[in-house]
Each structure stands twice: as structure tokens, then as C-alpha cells.
Design a protein around this ligand. Structure first.
Ligand code: NAP
Length: 311
């Protein structure tokens, strides 16, 4: 018997027909509201909110298979109350996102965007000993705000650059500490001592706006903020102000509070590298994310446990 499922249309090219066997798929594009009906599964992108209303309109729903590791676009409490399984795609995007975090660290510390602009606008007049001087990484401190899969992967990439690592997490990571020499510290010390502060906690009520005017003021003058986690962690206007006043050295961002909109002041702020939420955007990773999401659907609809449940 085929089962009616809703799947984000943007995943079509990343899935093959064998993976979709037995499913009666209705493809929904990002612009479309979530349909109502007797669908038993929904596979949304992170831009689609699945909350109480959507769940009410899908009375036969058994699973929300989110195509991301973050699941702040799903009302997990409402889903759990209705006994709807929620799954995510952990692990497969760790390396891709850690690599992109490093792309932002290098782009901000070595002023890549300013350099590219100089060349492209024809304003480059030749080598100059004081041109676009950046931040030397060796001996500096990398602060990881969150050291789960991605935070640790970012840390594991750093020894070659000679950085000292500080991190915060709810629990200590002894293997990570042994491997990298990382030290677990309180948030206040992380803010005070990091030359580069990189965010890797999920968006949740506890982490919302954790980088605000007050926490930014506690950061080292000239420090660099990197965010490849979620836009909700950062108060964008406060960040813009910290860049305008030159308190912060630079910001490298992949995620924003109201994607795809970016706070106009942040968009205009100096010394930023702004990317369009491409942390996991490699061919291999995006295929694996789509595959895991559908495998979760197949598993739950066959009466088996989900592969990667979030609760
Ligand atoms: P993870 O393995 O679950 O790691 C999360 C880390 O945050 C853990 O160290 C955890 O501490 C810590 N944490 C969680 N809640 C916290 C809180 N309330 N206060 C302080 N620390 C807290 O997740 P991950 O796979 O590394 O992914 C991290 C986030 O990256 C995702 O949630 C997602 O939003 C984002 N992401 C973005 C992209 C992108 O395209 N830019 C791609 C992938 C992921 P414990 O370890 O002690 O529990």
C-alpha cells in the first residue's frame, strides 16, 4: 500500500526512485504553505515551520523528517504530544559545516573579501607592506561556544594553525580535550579570552540572543565572531553596532535571524563576510541529508524505530 507523504520539492534531484519506493509523494516547494490532508509523513526544509497548526491539519501524520541537524523549525513539544516522531540528520553534515566554519575564520582573519574587492574594482596599486594586514592565527585563542559534533570538528582542524582552544558545553569532552588540548571554561571566560569566537550551539529558548550587546561588550577588542550555527543566537543590530564602533574586528556569518533577510545595519556593517546559509552545501552531504530523511520516513512507516530521532 502506498503512503501519502509530503516532501520538499527542492530535494527531487538528490533522491533516487528506489529510496522513494512505496511512497506516494506530493512535492511541496518552499513558497507553498504546508498542505492539509491525510499525509503520514512530511520531509521539510529548515525554512518550513511545522507547529501546532500544521500538525492539526495533518491528523494522520506519523513523522516529521527534518532535512537538517538543527530542528528549531519544528515544534517538538507539540509533535511529541501528538505522538509524531521528529527526526534530523546529525553527523553527515559535520565535516562540511566545520570546513565552512574554517573558510569563514580564514576569510575574516585574512580579510579575503576586502582583498577580492580591491582587485576586482581595479583599485589595487601593487604590493604594500601595510596593505590588508590581518590577524596571525598562531598563538591566538579559538573559543568554541558549543562543542558537540561540529564544534569539536572545528577544534580538531585547528592544531595545524597553532591555536589554543577554549570551549563551553553542558558536559566535559575529555577525549576532545586530550586530543586537542582544549580547555572547558565558563561562558564569561570564553567571551573574555577568545580572539575568534565560533558559535556551535543549537537555537533554543536558552540560547536565543546569547550574543547580544552585553556579551559583545565583554569580548576582546578586535575579536572576530563566526556563526555557522543559527541566526537566532545573535542580536544582529547589536553585532552591527559592535562592528561599526570597531570593538569587533570582523564577523563571518552563514546564518541569520530572518533568513533570507539580513538586518540592514548588519548588511551595511564593515568587515563582514556574509554567506547564504551554505554550511552543509556539498554534493555528498546534501545527498546524505536527503537520504537519511527519507530513510527515517521509510523506517517509521514500516513500523520500525526512526534512525535519528530528536527525542
Ligand atoms: P550537537 O552535536 O548537538 O552539539 C551542540 C553543542 O551545543 C553541544 O556541545 C551541547 O552541549 C551544546 N549545547 C546545547 N544546548 C546548549 C545550551 N542550552 N547551552 C549551552 N550549550 C548547549 O550539534 P551539532 O551537530 O554540532 O550542530 C550544532 C548546530 O549547528 C545545529 O543545532 C544547527 O543549528 C547548526 N548547523 C548549521 C549548519 C549550517 O548550514 N550553517 C549546518 C549544520 C548544523 P553538550 O554536548 O554538553 O550537550
Amino acid at each position: 500500500m502506498t503512503q501519502r507523504v509530503l516532501v520538499a520539492a527542492e530535494l527531487k534531484n538528490l533522491l533516487d526512485s528506489a529510496e522513494l519506493a512505496g511512497l506516494d509523494v506530493t512535492w511541496i516547494s518552499s513558497e507553498q504553505p504546508t498542505p492539509k490532508g491525510d499525509f503520514v509523513a512530511v520531509v521539510p526544509l529548515l525554512s518550513r515551520w511545522i507547529g501546532g497548526t500544521e500538525l492539526k491539519h495533518l491528523p494522520n501524520l506519523r513523522i516529521v523528517a527534518n532535512v537538517a541537524v538543527g530542528y528549531n523549525n519544528v515544534d517538538v513539544v507539540a509533535a511529541e504530544m501528538r505522538k509524531v516522531v521528529v527526526t534530523n540528520t546529525p553527523g553527515v553534515l559535520t565535516d562540511a559545516t566545520a570546513d565552512l566554519t574554517w573558510a569563514l575564520i580564514l576569510a575574516t582573519t585574512r580579510r579575503l573579501v576586502e582583498g577580492v574587492d580591491l582587485v576586482r574594482t581595479g583599485k589595487w596599486t601593487g604590493w604594500h607592506p601595510e596593505q590588508l594586514l590581518g590577524l596571525e592565527l598562531r598563538g591566538r585563542t579559538l573559543g568554541l561556544f558549543g562543542a558537540g559534533r561540529i564544534g569539536q570538528a572545528v577544534g580538531r582542524r585547528s592544531p595545524g594553525f597553532g591555536l589554543r582552544i577554549l570551549y563551553t558545553a553542558r558536559s566535559a569532552k575529555s577525549e576532545f580535550e586530550t586530543e586537542t588540548g582544549a580547555i572547558r571554561v565558563e561562558q564569561s571566560r570564553l567571551l573574555r579570552e577568545s580572539d575568534i569566537l565560533s558559535l556551535h550551539v543549537p537555537a533554543s529558548p536558552e540560547t536565543k540572543g546569547v550574543i547580544n550587546a552585553e556579551s559583545l561588550a565583554r569580548m576582546k577588542p578586535g575579536a572576530i565572531l563566526i556563526n555557522t550555527a543559527r541566526g537566532d543566537l545573535v542580536r544582529e543590530e547589536a553585532l552591527a553596532e559592535a562592528l561599526e564602533s570597531s570593538h569587533l574586528g570582523a564577523a563571518g556569518l552563514d546564518v541569520y535571524t530572518e533568513e533570507p533577510a539580513i538586518h540592514p545595519r548588519l548588511l551595511a556593517a564593515p568587515r563582514t563576510v556574509l554567506l547564504p546559509h551554505i554550511g552543509s552545501a556539498t554534493e555528498e552531504t546534501r545527498r546524505k541529508m536527503a537520504t537519511i530523511a527519507i530513510a527515517n520516513v521509510q523506517s517509521v512507516l514500516a513500523g520500525r524505530p526512526p534512525l535519528t530521532p530528536v527525542y
